[in-house]
Design a binder for this molecule. Structure first.
Ligand code: UT7
Length: 401
């Protein structure tokens, strides 16, 4: 039997902290309202140069370091995001390049806030079915880029960041034991960022407020979230012949403290078995589950042998849960200083390799451009010669006859 274990983890959060009080200067809201209705106190907002792929590379590099895995040996990168750098190329390929993971396949996966759980399910299935030995699974979002900063019903909720895990094949029982995924596209309009090929954006449309921003029917999503978190968690636990008593920790998508409290009630578990770091980062969509996982690990909330459920829900509508038997105590993954030094050198080399690939490509482009320009010049000279007519013939200079 082959199992897929989480062997590395890492997070990156942009340094800029935005408090509720700061937002109250932008829109008619208050710290009291935001804290009481959501549980959020502050969030991180990415700087101008911190794009989704940049944050993901930083989180991914940290996860590879914990797993002690050379980027050159990485086989697969999946990036769960609904805020990609571009529509094309995919963000995972930018991450693959940024890490110097020159032998990895890479693709994006967009199921909004359940994206990381979906990506974990896909990667673990590929590892367990022996397609790959390892994978880097990332949830990364720049939600601040799709916010309407004049809409108080959404802009106070979301934040930016990236979290990542490394999954590796092993014959030791445990790791990802089961997954359950679902979708109900009939609810697609309740949570939407209207940025895509369906609309032609005109200056008038953007000025009219129908821009490419997040629109959410909050109450509708709230009812869906409380119902689905309970049912999908039970589903994945029961499928593994376990009960809720066997679950040491639930790591849910961080959307609203009231959703987590309702879920605890419905699942008949105490609130301290549902992990939350929502107060620090807000709702970071696909990044929220891995960011919560990394915080839970670093706070010593997970121990070898523990069962945990990661559960996501959001736009699509989509939802998913992964049941994991944890393998490590954090101390197992702390490498001696010489090994960290070696890692740094290997990561540096991988970066140089990627840089060389980019430089080679640039040089090739440059060579092609230079050749094209030289050809154009030759053609222009030939044309000019033709147009200036035949030069003086032998008759003209008196050499005929
Ligand atoms: O990540 C994907 C999953 N997302 C979620 O799970 C989000 C789920 N939804 C929610 O968490 C909640 O529905 C919200 C936090 C979005 C909203 O909380 P709510 O308790 O459902 O508030 P509401 O939408 O019913 O609004 C209540 C009042 C309204 O005023 P009126 O119409 O009663 O006068 C809103 O205009 O609160 C007002 N309001 C605000 N007031 C101050 C809405 N946003 C704000 C705000 N500050 N930021």
């Amino acid at each position: 039997m082959r199992y897929a274990h989480i062997t590395g983890w890492g997070a990156y959060l942009p340094p800029r902290i935005v408090t509720n009080d700061e937002l109250a200067q932008l829109v008619p809201t208050s710290d009291d309202w935001i804290r009481e209705r959501t549980g959020i106190r502050e969030r991180r907002i990415a700087g101008e140069d911190d794009h989704t792929s940049d944050m993901a590379v930083k989180a991914g590099r940290r996860a590879l370091a914990v797993a002690n895995l050379d980027p050159g040996r990485l086989q697969l990168v999946i990036c769960a995001t609904s805020t990609p750098d571009y529509l094309m190329p995919n963000t995972a390929s930018l991450i693959q390049d940024g890490l110097g993971a020159t032998h990895a396949a890479a693709f994006d996966l967009n199921t909004a806030c359940s994206g990381f759980v979906y990506a974990l399910a896909v990667a673990s299935a590929m590892i367990r079915s022996e397609v790959y030995e390892n994978a880097l699974v990332i949830g990364a979002e720049s939600m601040s880029r799709v916010m309407d900063w004049s809409d108080r019903t959404t802009c106070v909720l979301f934040g930016d960041g990236a979290g990542a895990v490394v999954l590796q094949a092993s014959d030791m029982p445990g790791g990802v034991l089961g997954t359950s995924l679902g979708s109900d596209g009939s609810g697609g309009n309740v949570l939407r960022v209207g940025l895509g090929t369906r609309k032609h954006f005109t200056p008038e449309m953007l000025a009219g407020g129908d821009g490419p921003y997040m629109h959410m029917a909050g109450g509708e999503v709230y009812r869906f979230a409380t119902r689905i978190m309970n049912s999908v968690t039970r589903e994945v636990v029961e499928a593994a012949s376990l009960t809720m008593d066997d679950i040491d920790l639930i790591i849910p998508h961080q959307a609203n403290t009231r959703i987590l409290q309702a879920a605890a009630k419905q699942l008949h578990i105490p609130m301290d078995r549902i992990y939350s770091n929502l107060h620090k980062y807000g709702n970071t969509s696909a990044a929220s589950v891995p960011l919560a996982l990394v915080d839970a690990i670093e706070e010593g909330r997970l121990h070898a042998g523990d069962h945990l459920v990661m559960v996501g829900f959001g736009g699509g509508l989509t939802w998913g849960a992964c049941l994991v038997q944890w393998r490590y105590d954090v101390s197992d993954r702390q490498w001696p200083i010489w090994q960290r030094g070696l890692q740094g050198a290997r990561f540096g080399l991988a970066g140089v390799k990627s840089w060389t690939h980019r430089a080679e490509r640039q040089l090739r482009f440059m060579e092609i451009r230079l050749r094209r320009r030289a050809r154009q010049r030759r053609e222009e000279r030939a044309k000019a010669k033709r147009e200036s007519g035949p030069g003086p013939g032998p008759e003209a200079n008196g050499k005929a006859g």
